[in-house]
Write a protein that binds this ligand. Structure first.
Ligand SMILES: NC(=O)c1ccc[n+]([C@@H]2O[C@H](COP(=O)([O-])OP(=O)(O)OC[C@H]3O[C@@H](n4cnc5c(N)ncnc54)[C@H](O)[C@@H]3O)[C@@H](O)[C@H]2O)c1
Length: 267
């Protein structure tokens, strides 16, 4: 960690009051940035402001599916801190809505709105301000679920897949504006979102499939977001950085030596 890596920089983190977003806000502030965290519920946001100090962090109540809320977030940030250099589009929800015939239209639209439309709203409003500063960095939190498919997660797969390709499209469109756009694609990370797995009692078999046999920590994803937002990543744009304990490195085929041993067949 470098105390001054983001000195003088202004950042927004959507979904910045819990999980990966809160870890990212803390990391950016520790390294010198001034940060606006945006989310719907004020309590965790105001707690973060109390923890990190009002001179460094502000909370903005914002539903990222509402374009006028997102425009107000960008305007409030520029007004409060004088500009915008870093935009972390992190707000998201997962959706286990079942197979398509059972997936409600409301779940489909809401999942796409939170994970994908929100990025368009934020980038549309933020990019002109970044251009005024001579450049900027956008980091989108997507998922390995945007790179390949999960059973029964169609809306989330479609939304995160769209967000990954949108990241690449933004990157090439704004390379000449000195605005870099990258995405981190996590696997399982131990945040409130992942708590849903506990509720369905599926965490254990889920983790058993991960080569590293654990979920990630929010701070491990925040490290990557901070790197992508920093000048150290100055030649990276349109990149997808996977952090999943090795899960997507597998083909999905069984662990043959383990299977043969379980079957009592010599390998
Ligand atoms: N936890 C995981 O296993 C995992 C894996 C891959 C990707 N992700 C992605 O990481 C990102 C952060 O999730 P997390 O794991 O920290 O979980 P989280 O639930 O702690 O964070 C999600 C945040 O998004 C906010 N949010 C949701 N809907 C919103 C809306 N309409 N308007 C404003 N804010 C809204 C929530 O308030 C919350 O702060 C998400 O985009 C998620 O899809 C998480």
């Amino acid at each position: 960690m470098r105390k001054d890596r983001f000195e003088g920089r202004v950042a927004i983190v959507t979904g910045g009051t819990t999980g990966i977003g809160a870890a990212t806000a803390r990391r950016l502030v520790e390294e010198g940035a001034r940060v606006v965290v945006a989310a719907r519920r004020p309590e965790p946001g105001l707690a973060l402001v109390a923890e990190l100090g009002e001179d460094r962090v502000r909370f903005c109540k914002c539903d990222v599916t509402v374009q006028s809320d997102v425009e107000a977030l960008i305007a409030m940030t520029v007004e409060t801190f004088g500009g915008l250099d870093i935009l972390v589009n992190n707000a998201g929800v997962t959706c286990f809505g079942g197979y398509t015939p059972d997936l409600s239209s409301q779940d489909w639209h809401q999942t796409i709105a939170i994970n994908l439309h929100s990025i368009y709203y934020a980038c549309k409003a933020a990019i002109p301000h970044m251009k005024c500063r001579g450049g900027g960095a956008i980091v989108n939190t997507t998922s390995i679920s945007g790179m390949s498919a999960d059973y029964g997660f169609t809306a989330y797969n479609a939304a995160k897949g769209g967000a990954i390709n949108y990241t690449k499209a933004l990157a090439i469109d704004h390379a000449q504006d000195n605005i870099r756009v990258n995405t981190v694609a996590p696997g399982l990370v131990d945040t409130p979102m992942a708590d849903a797995l506990e509720q369905f009692h599926v965490r254990e078999p889920w983790v058993a499939n991960i080569p590293m046999k654990r979920g990630g920590k929010p701070e491990e994803i925040a490290n990557i977001i901070a790197f992508l937002a920093s000048d150290e990543a100055s030649f990276m744009t349109g990149s997808v950085v996977v952090a999943d304990g090795g899960l997507s490195a597998t083909t999905g085929q069984p662990n043959l030596p383990k299977l043969l041993a379980e079957l009592g067949v010599a390998g």
